[in-house]
Design a protein around this ligand. Structure first.
Ligand SMILES: NC(=O)c1ccc[n+]([C@@H]2O[C@H](COP(=O)([O-])OP(=O)(O)OC[C@H]3O[C@@H](n4cnc5c(N)ncnc54)[C@H](O)[C@@H]3O)[C@@H](O)[C@H]2O)c1
Length: 289
């Protein structure tokens, strides 16, 4: 059974804060950790605002929104994660950084603690190799925005045990999400399909096939997409899109995943999309949910 009481989340960006929110709403004690104090404060405020909005829309009981906030703790002290029976890593999509975090979590937490990652593209088996408990390492790939999107890709590494997999499936359902089990391959299913599509939209913009607005309108009106690919790339974060494509290009050895130079240019200029207020489009507010 998924009998976790205390869940640690590493990284309080758009994904970590969303995961913390759904875990707190489901009644778990949550410790949201980040190295950046300011980001943690912003995450705390965003979660509060998001819960208030959900309550105002009648999608969440006001008492539940209140108790979720009581379950939420934010911290810059890595040692606070020691008590967690499950940790979900949602830090920046950089392999070396994630390996370091997994090694440190392995040393800090009890031997029974499951260590999950929200990575979009990095093989779980590679992250598991940084620990002495590869049987307890698993991918939990949530979708953005986490409070609204139902899917979680559950990814087993080569040595992930049946027990860890079963507990993760149960936990995902307890969070009100729909799990699908996916093979451990760079980009899994969602980004194997989505990332090259977003990249192709950037190529279309770079080659001047149409304006950014018309590229997005074409895909919304022509393919029934709820939002255009360039707006979606801004929403995901252009740095995250680039990191995902780089991992897939390197690991799958196929030039169809080669990042478009225009995408790289935006990232170099620190125009990362909604989270920085500017990407392909400009945003007045950087609060995503
Ligand atoms: N953005 C998306 O749509 C999306 C969707 C699914 C999965 N993901 C994955 O989720 C992860 C996080 O993405 P995001 O969009 O939330 O990024 P983000 O840039 O919004 O947040 C990343 C956070 O990680 C923190 N961080 C960096 N180094 C850290 C460390 N050593 N310890 C603790 N925290 C650290 C940063 O301070 C920042 O708050 C990535 O692996 C990404 O691929 C993203």
């Amino acid at each position: 059974m998924a009998n976790h009481k205390t869940i640690g989340i590493i990284g309080s960006g758009q994904m970590g804060s969303g995961i913390a929110q759904v875990c707190a709403v489901a009644g778990f004690d949550v410790w949201l950790y980040d190295i950046a104090h300011e980001q943690l404060q912003k995450a705390h405020k965003n979660i509060e605002t998001s819960l208030e909005k959900l309550a105002a829309k009648g999608k969440l009981l006001p008492e539940k929104a209140k108790s979720a906030m009581q379950h939420l703790n934010i911290t810059t002290q890595f040692g606070d994660l020691k008590k967690c029976s499950l940790c979900i890593e949602a830090a920046t999509e950089k392999e070396a950084l994630k390996k370091k975090i997994f090694k440190e979590l392995d040393e800090l937490t009890g031997p029974e603690t499951i260590l999950a990652t929200n990575t979009s593209s990095i093989p779980i088996t590679d992250l598991a190799a940084a620990t002495k408990r590869p049987d307890k390492i698993i991918g939990m790939h949530f979708m953005n925005p986490v409070p609204l999107m139902a899917l979680v890709e559950v990814i087993r590494g080569k040595k992930t045990s049946d027990e860890t997999h079963q507990k993760t499936i149960e936990l995902t359902k307890k969070l009100g999400k729909t799990p699908v089990t996916v093979k451990d391959s760079p980009g899994f299913v969602i980004n194997r399909i989505l990332a090259p599509m977003l990249n192709e939209a950037v190529w279309a913009l770079q080659e001047g096939l149409a304006t950014k607005e018309d590229i997005d309108t074409a895909m919304k009106e022509g393919c029934h997409f709820p939002m255009g690919p360039l707006a979606l790339a801004d929403f995901v974060g252009l740095d995250t899109c680039l990191f995902i494509l780089e991992v897939m290009h390197k690991d799958l050895k196929n030039d169809k995943f080669k990042p478009c130079p225009l995408l790289k240019k935006y990232v170099e200029e620190k125009k990362l999309g909604r989270k920085t207020g500017e990407g392909f489009y400009s945003y007045a507010s950087t609060i995503v949910r």
